[in-house]
Design a protein around this ligand. Structure first.
Ligand code: 13P
Ligand code: SF4
Length: 307
């Protein structure tokens, strides 16, 4: 029996004993995605955390802001982040103090916080969004001005599909920023007939080259429906696991070797088992912050997904 089979068996038994559900983001290691009860993008995982009525424990294989969102949405549950050092550099690019200053410059202008933010930053925001509903969230607001945080690339992408006057914080995802337009042009040249799909965290120059721009779960939908046999994928390499599994007759190509988020790759099956065994690495959000942050997340969950 391979090591992974033994580990998965142990994990399954522990999940049952702890009455736990295992959620995994689409960028996690293949074996973690394979073992999870639910895999998805940030929006799908927030919905799973908010709607799950069966379990007492959520073990969240992703990065800190995702586990925090689960703790905010399901306060009655114990939320475990198997690797407490799994953070998101983009989320760290804006602090509550930064946001307070920006709000003072724009009284009355609603703040849309990408979920890739800390709980404290969400608590100061009017509504959250993910890459799967950002344009719908912005367009759902009555104000004709919007301030968006923290990703300059997602904000710029949304500004192309709304009449609202948008301003934003200049944060970015280091992983997606590494993808260069020249690498996409080369991959297209090497693969005539291929289509290029990318995440809105990519730079505007890369987005201009895309046939389709969407969240990670949007990419699964796109891959199934496109007529093209080869898809060039502009996002973190963990996406390939399910793309290949669900579309064995298609080729998926990463245009760059640098599309790896080190934080998303930290969590191993052993980490998940250890944290569940000892019920350690529990994510807690103070009540004062949690209640305000939940309002922003709940508002987002009422807006339909736009991909
Ligand atoms: P998705 O919501 O599209 O899964 O993206 C989350 C993320 O962190 C992308 O870098
Ligand atoms: Fe954060 Fe980028 Fe990693 Fe997503 S891929 S978790 S935005 S650093």
């Amino acid at each position: 029996m391979t090591d992974n089979v033994v580990l998965k068996r142990e994990l399954k038994a522990l999940l049952k004993v702890r009455k736990a559900i295992m959620l995994s983001h689409n960028y996690q290691r293949d074996e973690v995605q394979e073992a999870a009860d639910v895999t998805g993008d940030s929006l799908a995982l927030s919905q799973a955390a908010a709607m799950d009525a069966k379990s007492d424990v959520i073990v969240f294989c992703g990065v800190r802001f995702m586990a925090e969102s689960a703790a905010i949405l399901s306060p009655q549950k114990t939320v475990i982040l198997p690797r407490m050092d799994a953070g998101c550099p983009m989320a760290d690019m804006i602090t509550p103090e930064d946001l307070i200053k920006e709000k003072e410059k724009r009284p009355g202008v609603p703040v849309v916080a990408y979920v890739n933010t800390s709980a404290a930053v969400k608590a100061l925001s009017d509504i959250c969004c993910t890459s799967a509903n950002a344009a719908a969230v912005v367009n759902s607001l009555s104000s004709d001005r919007v301030y968006m945080i923290p990703d300059k690339n997602l904000s710029h992408f949304v500004s192309l599909s709304t009449k609202k006057k948008m301003e934003w914080w200049e944060g970015h995802c280091p992983t997606h920023e590494r993808l260069k337009p020249s690498e996409v042009v080369k991959a297209k040249g090497d693969n005539p007939g291929a289509v290029f799909v990318c995440h809105p965290e990519c730079s505007p120059e890369v987005i201009k080259l895309a046939d389709h721009v969407c969240s990670t779960s949007g990419m699964y939908k796109f891959a199934k429906t496109t007529q093209a046999k080869t898809v060039i994928v502009g996002t973190e390499m963990g996406i390939l696991y399910k793309l290949k599994k669900e579309n064995p007759d298609k080729n998926f190509i990463l245009p760059s070797k640098s599309l790896i988020c080190p934080n998303m790759k930290l969590t191993t099956l052993e980490d998940v088992i250890e944290s569940l065994k000892d019920m350690k690495n529990v994510v807690r959000v103070d009540d004062a912050v949690r209640v305000k942050a939940k309002e922003a997340l709940d508002k987002m969950l009422r807006v339909p997904r736009d991909y």
